[in-house]
Design a protein around this ligand. Sequence first.
Ligand SMILES: *Cc1c(COP(=O)(O)O)cnc(C)c1O
Length: 385
Amino acid sequence: MMENTSYIELSRKAVQNNFDYLREIIGDRVTISHVVKGNAYGHGINTYVPLAVELGAKHFSTFDAHEAHQVYNAVNGDATLMVMGMIDNEELEWAIEHQIEFFIFDIDRLKKAISAARKMKTQARVHIELETGMNRTGFEKDQMAEVIKIIKANAEVLFIKGICTHYAGAESYANFFRVKDQFQRFKKGVKRLEKNDIQAEALHAACSAAAVRFPKSRLDMVRIGIMQYGFWPSTETYIEKVKPTQILGEDPLQRVISWKSRVMNIKHVKQGEYVGYGTSYLATSDIKVATVPVGYGHGFSRSLSNTGRALVREVRVPVIGTVNMNMMLLDVSQVDNTEKGDEVVLIGNQGEMSISVSSFSDYSDQLNYELLTRLPHDIPRYIVE
Ligand SMILES: *Cc1c(COP(=O)(O)O)cnc(C)c1O
């Protein structure tokens, strides 16, 4: 049955729960753009996007045009698409032709978008990105005079869908003043455009953390990535939002993803023997070792060597020895009747037990974001209830 050595399940119920919770805190008036860059944070664009559409998502954001192609095919015309980052000149024409919206943050792209729209006798749907303090992309203050001049001279081929910016770390209080300053600068930039009769359909700036923590920053649209998948942008955000209203430990978000494999082989190892490559793991008693066909080549970080955890027959078991390219070893001495073919949960639930991505990333020093997006594209993904 299994062609791949592991597989991913997405829970429909969890997605529905997260959409409902986001609506509850964000309200009905604000558009939610579902950020699906990084292959939908590892959940898989081809599986996740149709599910999100089915559950009511109407707006998606990607990083680049390649992802936008995938989303375009997955939504079947039922949603708005926005490219926040890279799009080259050939792709600009494709985007304009298919009414795909995109960020504009440099004069060259602005001019290219205008000439492409003229050539195709249609409008380019653009979001003007303002630099407010992240210093990554966005028009600088001293570029605005030129931007305004160009936009006004080409108003008939530009549909200004948005004016936007991005915060430099809204998930941490350490960045509070920087983010607040960004918001002020953004409002000033918007005012300047409006004074020059450049009105946008929507103003947007907030990612998950800002949308939850700073209600004022929600404006007309929020760009929600990590939270739709059931993860908090940071522990800080979680504690701040959840503690006053909920019983601690009861997370209003639900994890969408599970990552599973099966026991490939079982071996009995005598006390005093080393297990795996080198001498990093010494059996201090007679133990039972299960081999699982997932390694760092599949996205299971090598830094989980001797520290990771997995579930087998509803028992939490440790990864022992170094994680190999295609395999890892588990000490299953405490699991009764383990046998070849048993389900192994790397992320997700088994009975009452669970392994969360965040505990996992604590061990490996990886953020949720990084671990998720490293999950290979070719692991099969299925939707479960
Ligand atoms: C990734 C990204 C987001 C979403 O961030 P989350 O923290 O996952 O909600 C929003 N806006 C931009 C520009 C992004 O790159």
